[in-house]
Structures are given as C-alpha cells and as structure tokens.
Design a protein around this ligand. Sequence first.
Ligand code: HEM
Length: 415
Amino acid sequence: MTVSTLDDNILNPDIFPREKGPPHRLFDKWRKEDPVHWNPPTPAYAPKPPASPVTKGFWVLTRYQDVFDVSRDAELFSSHEAGFMVWDHDEQTLAQQRANFMGMLPADHSAVKQVLLPPFSPKAMMELMPDIDRIAREIVDDIAKKGSCEFVFDAASKLPVYTFCELMGIPEQYRERVAQCGNGLADVENRSEQSYDPLLELFTICAELSEEKRKSPDRGLLSAMANDKSLNLNQMQLNMFFVVFAMAGHETTRSTAAHFIYQMNQNPDQYKLLLSDVDKHLENAIEETLRFTNTTTNFRRTAMQDTVVGGYPVKKGDKLFLSYAAANRDPSVFENPHVFDITRANARKHLAFGTGPHVCIGARLARMQLHALLKQIVTRIPDIHPVGEPTWLHSIWFNAIVNMPVAFTPERAAR
Ligand code: HEM
C-alpha cells in the first residue's frame, strides 16, 4: 500500500482547479500500483462549517470493475449507514442524508422508487420532449444574435431548471430561487462563504409547497410524494427529496453541457467530425463527454461486513470512495482512455450515472436535454468557443465549470 502525502491526497480541494478536473495522473498511478488505495483523513483539508469534515480514512476505488461491483451491492455496501458522500457527518446531517432518497435503507428506497419511476419512463419523457425542444430553441434564439454570452447561466442552466421544476410541480415564482439554492448546495465545500443557508431555504420552500400540494394535488412529483398514503413520508423525507432534485436535476446537466463545449474546443478534430454529420455523431459525442468529464465524480458507500474489494481486505464500517471519474478512464475497459473520441464504440458503458439500485433516475432526461440544447448550439452557432479559461468549482465532488464566457459569429451575420 502506498502512503498519501499532502500532494496526492484526494481531499485537497485545490487538485481539481489545478488539474482542470479530476486528478487523472494520480488515479492512473493508483490504479496501476494500488487500485484500492487508502487515503488518510487530513485536517488541513477540512472544509469550514457548516460543511462536514472528513475524519476517517477511506478506500479510493479506481478500477471500473471495483466501482461497478460495489455499486451493484447495496446491502453489503450501504449508502444509508454513514451517508453517500465522502464527508463524515454529525448526527443531524446524517439523519438528513438517511431521509434522502439516495440514502434510504434498501427496502424504503425501492418503495419510493416505485412511485418515482413512472414520471421518468420513456413514455413520460417523450411527452416532455416537445417542451424540451421548444425551450432549447428559445434559449439559443436569445443568445444567437449577440455574438457572446456567459455560457453556464445564459445557455446551459435554463433547460435543466425548467424541466426539473416542471417535473416536480414547482410554480414559476419559486423557480429561480430553487435553482440558486441548488447551486449553493452543490458548492458543498464553500458553504461557509454563502450569505444564506441554501438547505434551510429549500426546506422552507418545500414545506410551503407540500402544504399546497396536500390541499390541491397536481400531476407533479412533489404532489405524488406528499400525498402517497402507502409511503407516508414525513416532512424531513419530503424536504430531502426536494433537495436532491434541486441539486441533481440541475447542476449535473448544466455542467455537462459546458464541458461539451469546452472539450469540443480542446479537440478541434473531433468537433470538425461532429459538425460533418451532427445527426450521426451527436448522441455518442454526449456519451463520450459524460465518460470523459464526469460532473459527479464520486459517491461513498460503507461496508456492512468484513469483505474483500478488488482483492483488498475491507473491514466492516470502512468507507469506500467510488471514483466514477477514475473508473471511466480505466484502460482495461476504455482503450486510450485519455483520448476524447466521439466515435468510441463503448462510450455508453461509462459509469457517469452510477450503476445498480442507485443508478441515476434522471439519466434519460439528462440525455434528452443535452441532445436538444447542444443540437441547437452546434447547428446554429457552430463556431462557439470559450473566451479565456473557464472557472472551475473549488470542489472534490463536482467537476463543474461555473463560469465560461463564450463568443461566436452572431446567427444573423452567419446566414
Ligand atoms: C449529466 C447529468 C447527470 C449526472 C452525471 C448524474 C449523476 C448521478 C449519479 C452518479 C448518481 C448515482 C448515485 C449513487 O450511486 O449513489 C445519480 C443518482 C441520482 N440522480 Fe442523477 N445525474 C444527472 C442528472 C440527473 C437529473 C436530470 C436528475 C433528475 C431530474 C437526477 C436525479 C438523480 C436522483 C434522484 C438520483 C438518486 C437515485 C437513487 O438513489 O436511486 N440526475 N445521478
């Protein structure tokens, strides 16, 4: 086993901005020499309250198969026991994580999932498609004649906010604030610098809305959750359900769209290929972007018994860090993994959406939104390019671009 130093500690929040994303040089080294790598806790990297510190060491999984196997076994590797994020929570925060759909006991998780699945079915998604296409067109109508914009908020963020609010049944007047709070919350490690508490605000909005939905039920997900007698969710469970959607339904899709534009610019030969036949290449180019960039770089599990992971003995109670980012660059699955190749035959095999019982419920929706928005962009303002370096989130969890000024030939002039 190799020993971490401050320079190769995955908890160092400077790593992502420095490496412009997850630290693949480090992951490659570990995958080769020490694929189930022990990362010690490091007080120097503890985020300021209210974010939780990392007080315990943990195993970093860098091989595809290990991340896959652990994700598939929710009984042995729990998201509930100590939560699903790498940080070690106090009792109150842990109770919130456990109330969250992602952190429920397996039996409760499957009961809630039964109610959640129909709105995400292919048929339900197809019904959303005309709206998604219309909004994607409107977003690009708004920016196309300007010749420049700030991509993350002017272009990438609007569609995910609209769709998750529609799905949830969040009325117009709350939408902007819910999106802001979702962003604030995704910025886990910098919450002490925020002038408000995004978690509390989302709780307040959810309490107000669920009260309304109990009085006047509608077709939205929040109404379904608040009124389902068999689930009988308490207010904390509803709040946490609301929170996970405010975060997961927005930040991830938005950042993937930004990464797509950035990567196309970094790989002009690939962009040229895409533009040569957008209908043929766009779908796989999105999968390759998901594989290559991984907005959600990791989640955590806790071993419920002494066991073996990838040949390494793991003790009951040990923490496992599932690095989707590392798994998606495993050369035993993806040939030349560090090459961005939009024709990669097995790009869709990536674990960017996780796998197993907790696999992303919004994957189909995310793919639809990305396809609709990016098709409008690459066909109408194809010479779009970042101006200067984008700003990366200071985080070890989300690989997010938070600001990316872009320029392009205005649409009218191009025609
Ligand atoms: C590019 C976009 C997205 C990425 C990369 C992404 C990534 C992920 C990942 C890696 C997980 C697995 C968590 C685990 O195993 O513990 C997950 C779960 C989840 N995602 Fe996504 N997600 C995206 C979009 C969305 C959207 C659009 C929604 C909803 C509107 C959504 C809602 C969820 C929910 C509710 C879960 C929890 C599933 C469960 O625990 O059963 N995600 N996502």
